[in-house]
Design a protein around this ligand. Structure first.
Ligand code: SF4
Length: 73
């Protein structure tokens, strides 16, 4: 990934995720389901930060944690 300044990222807890795929609908391109049907954040995506927040808010299991790129040095 290139250094383009701070970007919002997401992490999905597989302890919580039930594979409802809601996040894939709310933030197209930002998530995919792994072989076990659990959501993974697609790191190299151009998803809008607003949509990522919608996905995190819309996850029925609250499995998505947003990480502000500025937190990383
Ligand atoms: S919306 Fe939540 S529970 Fe559903 S697949 Fe995405 S992270 Fe998993």
């Amino acid at each position: 990934m290139s250094a383009q300044g701070p970007r919002l990222r997401a992490e999905v807890s597989h302890d919580l995720c039930v594979g409802s795929a809601m996040c894939l609908s709310l933030a197209p391109g930002a998530f995919r389901l792994d072989a076990e049907g659990l959501s993974l954040f697609v790191v190299d995506n151009d998803c809008d930060a607003h949509l990522l927040r919608e996905a995190a808010d819309g996850c029925p299991m609250r499995a998505i944690t947003l990480i502000d790129g500025q937190d990383e040095a």
